[in-house]
Design a protein around this ligand. Structure first.
Ligand code: ZN
Length: 89
């Protein structure tokens, strides 16, 4: 386990948002966050957020298997290039 200080976050991809329980104040966001520490890494998580007192709070999350970025998807680094022409090379 790396500490946050050793980790350099490089990009974030929001994969899915689930608003089906939003009227009960519950929302889910699935994301993949890409980082560099002693190599390339990724955090793929489905997180639960709770709406309370006019704000969204992180509740908990489930860690998922690493997300494989499709070759024609936008790269996670924010370059707006396709993955295959950017970090997917
Ligand atoms: Zn890239």
């Amino acid at each position: 386990m790396q500490t946050i200080h050793e980790t350099q976050w490089r990009g974030l991809k929001i994969l899915k948002t689930d608003k089906s329980q939003i009227s009960q104040g519950v929302g889910y966001v699935e994301f993949a966050a890409f980082y560099k520490s002693k190599g390339d890494g990724q955090l793929h998580e489905n997180s639960k957020f709770i709406y309370e007192n006019g704000q969204w709070y992180y509740f908990d999350g489930v860690i998922l298997e690493p997300y494989s970025v499709g070759r024609n998807e936008a790269c996670w680094c924010g370059s707006k290039k396709k993955y295959k022409k950017c970090h997917g090379k």
